[in-house]
Design a protein around this ligand. Sequence first.
Ligand code: A3P
Length: 346
Amino acid sequence: MLFKQQVWLRQKLLVLGSLAVGSLLYLVARVGSLDRLQPICPVESRFGGAHNQAELPLRALQFKRGLLHEFRKGNSSKEQVHLHDPVQQLPKAIIIGVRKGGTRALLEMLNLHPAVVKASQEIHFFDNDENYAKGIEWYRKKMPFSYPQQITIEKSPAYFITEEVPERIYKMNSSIKLLIIVREPTTRAISDYTQVLEGKERKNKTYYKFEKLAIDPNTCEVNTKYKAVRTSIYTKHLERWLKYFPIEQFHIVDGDRLITEPLPELQLVEKFLNLPPRISQYNLYFNATRGFYCLRFNIIFNKCLAGSKGRIHPEVDPSVITKLRKFFHPFNQKFYQITGRTLNWP
Ligand code: A3P
């Protein structure tokens, strides 16, 4: 009898224990994801002016609860509470390029910040005439829901190289912040080629070797008609943007460093966006299998980028690499000079 009771008690304790652990795990996950959705800094700290970190509620949940409490006490009007309802906001910052520079990694890593909400898909509003004709409300409706104190960021790398885009973005918001992530131009061109090659292979199509596309067989010079080469002439594209926006509205991210040492690059972006520093080494861990840093949101949620990011590049004739590097060199110098960021590319 006593033995039966002991077994029954042990089983009960086991069930209760599992329930408690399950609830705890659920709470940790839930608080982590709510943190991502709710405001953490006051509106005035979003852009411009120094932010007062003492004013930043540490826990988004506490902030939300505080508001509701104020409302109940009658200190806030119903309208004020509604001011804190999530809405679809136009982006305050856009990652405009460069294709294969690490635009997805940058967006996902910035999204670790509780005050940042990313538009998951590339929207291609400003570079696609058909989308652009649908109007700004169409664009806004493509944005994720966020709290007014948060900022929405989207990325569409085609913006950087498309003629009409700077003027169109300027018309939407002339004080928008623009992020450009660049990689050493020859590596970026090969990465660009690798992506197209993969697409062709998937469709069982044959494709030229990189060397054949990047070097004009008639002149033996660099083929500037090849898109992957043209995209890597960063200064040419940037100059078009500078007709609309002052250089202070751009921030250059070193895409090669984002691969090897992401945190300091992200901290520079936080500063540029006037966000309180919230992304830490805890949020980034190196995954040896992937060979890249992956993201950790909390003890439960972590993720690496999709396998399409970080492809193995084909081997390229070293003389072609040398030729391309020599070709890009003067453009790079100009790029450093204009942006004030020297990247020591070969
Ligand atoms: P490769 O595939 O050439 O290695 P984009 O998102 O603009 O298309 O850029 C893709 C590039 O992001 C990849 O190019 C990869 O090197 C780089 N990248 C940077 N950080 C990364 C990360 N943490 N995980 C995967 N890829 C990353």
